[in-house]
Design a protein around this ligand. Structure first.
Ligand code: SF4
Ligand code: SF4
Length: 440
């Protein structure tokens, strides 16, 4: 039988060997942290501290400000210096961040009680996950407690755990699976209890045989490890669900529409820490990699640590750097500078050299159909591009623009080097703004 997979997709150079054998280490405590209020999908959190306040590590500093929002906690013990604007790597513009100066080593304020997930009720697990500010750590940063509370008419029967890590270069989920397998499994069991499901499936690509073995050894009753074909974007929710269950999430729909909730392995680990250790989400594992750093690493860093500090820990940058990307090269975002803080969704910092990026002069479309074959969402990217580049946004939307998940597979295969995904991202932004304006 063939490996589990989906239609379309691409296979870019994996580049995981740069960092896959580097065990997780811990970054020194940063002297100053910068915690964005918009650290998650949805409404930015509302600060509950002010300049001059002393805070402990783990103390709540901002509260969820809406249904889709999440709490924030202090990543260090120190003093709040200011709440000021700084460049936000995802939104691409200045946003409010709470700035805290470290004054001592960690003096913790943990969530209580901390005990085995078996001793918590379903509601208590969800409440703890909410209190701890846990969001999807695969990059989407959707608040986890919201996913665990689907409407009554959506019956969930399976939890899918994303261990695919299909994005080139990144190895942080791989290291977590190798080094924290038992703890991830406890986090998965807590999530299963919260959802009331008897079954969980962990999907891992076949380029990670050691992680597959380790997770199989740790799994136990009700948790199955399945091997996926190595292909990008295997870890995208809809593609993962299809590969593992053959269920198709409808256009505009959500995994819960087909009875599924998807969580990432890093999120499961954070759930374990929140429940059994009482730790709110104040740190995460990050891969700092690429040909542009001297010594790629997988490192646990406090939220709000500057990328520049982590790049230093990775030996610093080479001379021929072309760009620094928050995330991996396919779905990550190139940032204009490196004094930008790590956020809850920062799974990697990829430093790419000029040789790797290369020159990309683009030409008119030659109608080769390569982008159509590569699109995992069954779209016709060349057609969409025709509309978006001519600002025919309504027609692009009719052709499925909003179903585009911005995976970049079409741009990757295009022999004319057309940056299709860039055009789609911009068109979606403009369309949303136009529609928002129209409503007002
Ligand atoms: S059109 Fe969107 S979903 Fe399809 S390949 Fe391009 S970026 Fe990915
Ligand atoms: S891959 Fe590029 S050249 Fe080929 S059809 Fe698509 S847009 Fe045109």
């Amino acid at each position: 039988m063939g490996l589990l997979s989906f239609k379309g997709g691409v296979h870019p150079p994996e580049k995981k060997t740069l960092s896959e054998d580097v065990p997780l280490s811990r970054a020194p405590l940063p002297g100053k942290v910068f915690v964005f209020l918009a650290n998650h999908a949805g409404v930015p959190a509302k600060p509950i501290v002010q300049p001059g306040d002393d805070v402990k590590t783990g103390q709540k500093i901002a509260e969820a400000a809406g249904f889709i929002s999440a709490n924030l906690h202090s990543p260090v013990t120190g003093k709040v210096v200011e709440i000021s604007k700084m460049y936000h790597p995802v939104l691409g513009k200045p946003q409010d961040a709470i700035v805290i100066e470290k004054t001592s080593d960690d003096d913790w304020e943990l969530l209580e009680p901390a005990k085995s997930y078996e001793e918590f009720s379903r509601d208590e697990i969800i409440e703890r996950i909410k209190e701890a500010g846990i969001v999807g750590l695969g990059g989407a940063t959707f608040p986890t407690h919201v996913k665990l509370n689907p409407p009554k008419d959506k019956k969930i029967d399976v939890l899918i755990i994303n261990g695919a890590e299909c994005e080139p270069y990144l190895t942080v989920d791989y290291r977590l699976m190798l080094e924290m397998s038992e703890k991830i499994i406890r986090g998965i069991r807590a999530l299963m209890k919260a959802l009331g499901v008897e079954k969980a499936i962990i999907g891992i690509e076949d380029n990670k045989p050691k992680a597959i073995r380790r997770m199989k050894e740790a799994a136990g009753d009700g948790i199955e490890v399945r091997v996926l074909k190595t292909k990008y974007p295997q870890g995208a929710e809809k593609q993962l669900i299809y590969a593992l269950t053959k269920r198709i999430v409808p256009s505009g729909g959500l995994p819960m529409d087909v009875g599924v909730v998807v969580q990432n392995v890093g999120t499961a680990f954070a759930v374990y820490e929140a429940i059994e250790l009482g730790k709110p989400l104040i740190e995460r594992a990050v891969t700092v990699t690429g040909e542009g750093v001297k010594k790629p690493i997988n490192i646990v860093a406090r939220i709000g640590t500057l990328a520049s500090e982590l790049i230093e820990l990775a030996g610093g940058m080479e001379a021929n750097v072309d760009r620094v990307v928050f995330g991996g090269p396919m779905m990550g975002i190139a940032v204009p500078k490196i004094d930008i803080p790590v956020m809850k969704g920062t799974s990697g910092i990829t430093v790419m050299t000029k040789e790797v990026v290369g020159e990309r002069e683009s030409f008119p479309c030659i109608r080769c159909g390569g982008c159509v074959k590569a699109c995992p969402m069954y779209l016709q990217p060349f057609q969409l591009y025709l509309y978006t580049s001519n600002r025919l946004y309504d027609r692009a939307v009719d052709e499925g623009l909003m179903d585009c998940m911005e995976c970049g597979s079409c741009s990757y295969v295009c022999p004319a080097n057309i940056d299709l995904v860039k055009s789609f991202k911009l068109a979606k932004k403009v369309y949303r703004a136009l529609k928002g304006g129209a409503k007002k």
